[in-house]
Design a protein around this ligand. Structure first.
Ligand SMILES: [Zn+2]
Length: 617
């Protein structure tokens, strides 16, 4: 569905760039990759590796994993020199050029490459050189099987088009250009595979790693979800097949979107277990992750900020729009689950309540706007440290709640005739289907057009200020009330009302710090601005060993603190580096930062609006 520019189509008749990727030594985590160009630049052909992978806004320097590189022309070795950290140039030659490199692959994330004796996985940006000036050429890739009997049963899973290769086989694959080549991650190994069709489009779900998932249930639920999303933007779907590539492990969570697939990391317990009836909280989380990445098939992979059209793979690509591309996607990920009936409205309101709680606990929302958060994603959101809760706001989290307010606002202003769905559809038709990037003010303008009214005041407050979002006001239009209270315990994530009496909650004290386990006691991971710990001079990385003269650790910290009242002074012992210290801490009452949503409007109008928004219960 994407428009192909005229230069791109005329380049298609030129000789393709040929790649070969060989898992040369799974034991040593080593891929060997060759890139061959038949008509190199006569002045010397330049090759570069991307510094980042689209969708994950951090300079990752994939070139740092290149352990060897050499070039040849025909059978003769050809000198190759390095121009900068990620660019090489071959000596001038008239013949074809082929560059081979060894890449160390030991990044078990969704963003890099990983190879061992149990499986292989790679994203194009970490393994495929970009022959500069030839990015529009068609690409052919031979994906080879590792040598040895151990790998006899390995298969290949990817959304890349096969070129005469049997389904799930090793062999030749094809991409229209470099941009497409690096947008199809590849998994190889002995994975579980299940397939289903959504609106007639074949979908694969591939699970690597030990697991006991009910694959039929997974297919059924994902089909429901995918069909809902395809119909939201309108049939036909923009891809002719789609692949969910999931790696199941003990603990893990993450995903990265691609044009016709997604790479996911999940905990094996998040997958649906045989016999499960109502979705468990962890399965809801997994479905939310699948929903998020699938929504990106439209929102960011095809509807793109102008700043990403095309991507500059050498350096940071700045945009203020991640609140829309990640935030709106985060709003729809769970909303899609309730609208298509996979979770109950009660579950959805609990998820929303947790999101509001999360935002209220993020002090950085008072320092950074979402527009700033988006621009600085490269140096802040993706490079979090001990001060991040004080300094950052998540454009995912606040962006999703801005999308919620915007949706309810548009519904209100248009008396239910329009909604954020119409904005997404217009974005799809004007930008996604045409390939025209969204200008920095494009989402705001389209929303005003759909709402039929100026929304400058709303956007200035939500996007360009650190004022609190008008959540209370807009939730009230669908008969929902935000109920706020102090947290019951350090593990209370909100979303549900507390069973404890308000007086008991108000008497709870906190240190004003986030904590983690340490063999010696409790480690302060983050010290919050304005909290008791900061006032007493405690610092991140301090390890507390006793409170009020009694030994403390991560398990008993809540119990120790429960002995005190707000305003009380207590002696705290701990280590800073290897030096013992004692501090006197004046404990504070727990802040009112925990939210649950209650249905307050039971009148017909509120009910009708809620139904219109979330679907019939
Ligand atoms: Zn995302």
């Amino acid at each position: 569905m994407l428009a192909i520019s005229s230069t791109a189509s005329s380049m298609r008749s030129l000789p393709p760039v040929h790649y070969r990727i060989f898992p040369k030594s799974p034991q040593a985590h080593l891929f060997e990759i060759t890139c061959a160009v038949t008509d190199p630049d006569p002045e010397g052909q330049r090759f570069a590796l991307p510094t980042w992978i689209p969708g994950s806004y951090l300079i990752r320097e994939f070139a740092r994993h290149v352990v060897s590189i050499h070039a040849q022309s025909g059978r003769k070795a050809l000198p190759i020199a390095k121009l900068d950290k990620h660019t090489w140039i071959t000596a001038p030659t008239e013949g074809p050029v082929s560059v081979s490199m060894g890449v160390y692959a030991f990044d078990l994330s969704v963003r890099g490459a990983h190879l061992d004796t149990s499986h292989g996985f790679f994203n194009g940006p970490s393994v495929f050189l970009r022959p500069m000036g030839k990015e529009q050429r068609a690409c052919e890739v031979d994906i080879l099987r590792p040598t040895g009997a151990r790998y006899r049963n390995w298969r290949v899973a990817t959304a890349m088009r096969r070129a005469g290769t049997p389904a799930y086989g090793f062999g030749t694959y094809r991409a229209a250009d470099y941009d497409e080549l690096i947008d199809h991650p590849v998994e190889m190994g002995e994975f579980t595979l299940a397939t289903f069709k959504a609106c007639g489009v074949p979908h694969d779900i591939v699970v690597t790693g030990q697991h006991n998932a009910d694959m039929d249930r997974l297919c059924r639920d994902l089909k429901t979800l995918c069909e809902w999303q395809i119909r939201l933007f309108g049939e036909p779907a923009p891809m002719d097949r789609y692949v969910f590539l999931a790696t199941a492990m003990g603990e893990g969570y993450g995903g990265l979107e691609h044009r016709a697939s997604t790479a996911l990391l999940c905990s094996r317990d998040d997958l649906p277990q045989p016999g499960m009836k109502e979705p468990t909280e962890s399965y809801r989380t997994f479905l939310g992750l699948c929903s998020h990445e699938y929504f990106h098939t439209w929102n960011v992979k095809r509807i793109k900020p102008a700043a990403f059209a095309p991507y500059d793979l050498e350096r940071e690509n700045y945009t203020t729009l991640l609140w829309a591309f990640e935030g709106i996607t985060s709003y729809y990920d769970d909303l899609a689950l309730v609208r298509c009936g996979l979770i109950s409205q009660q579950d959805y309101l609990e998820i929303l309540g947790k999101s509001v709680t999360n935002l209220l606990r993020s002090l950085g929302r008072m320092k950074q706007t979402v527009v700033e958060a988006s621009w600085d994603a490269w140096i802040k959101y993706y490079r979090q440290d001990e001060n991040s809760p004080n300094a950052l706001v998540s454009y995912y989290l606040k962006g999703s709640l801005i999308a919620l307010c915007l949706d309810l606002l548009i519904r209100n202003r248009t008396r239910g005739r329009k909604s954020l769905d119409d904005v997404m559809l217009a974005l799809w038709q004007r930008h996604g289907q045409t390939g025209v990037g969204v200008p920095e003010n494009g989402v705001e303008q389209l929303a005003e057009e759909i709402a039929g009214t100026r929304l400058r005041g709303f956007f200035d407050r939500a996007l360009r200020s650190t004022d609190e979002l008008p959540l209370k006001q807009w939730l009230a239009t669908v008969g929902l009330e935000m109920q706020l209270r102090p947290a019951e315990s350090a593990s209370d994530k909100g979303g549900k009302p507390s069973k404890k009496p308000p007086r008991e909650l108000a008497a709870r004290v906190t240190l004003g710090a986030r904590t983690g386990e340490d063999t010696a006691g409790v480690r302060l991971t983050h010290v919050l601005d304005g909290g008791a710990a900061q006032a007493a001079g405690l610092s991140a990385a301090d390890v507390l060993i006793a409170i009020g003269g009694l030994r403390t650790n991560a398990r008993n910290l809540d119990k120790r603190l429960a002995q005190y009242k707000p305003g009380e002074r207590v002696a705290v012992h701990g280590f800073r580096r290897d030096e013992l210290f004692e501090r006197s801490v004046v404990l504070q009452g727990a802040p009112t930062d925990t939210c649950s949503l209650a249905v307050s409007g039971t009148d017909a109008t509120s009910r009708r609006r809620r139904e219109h928004w979330l679907g019939k219960e």
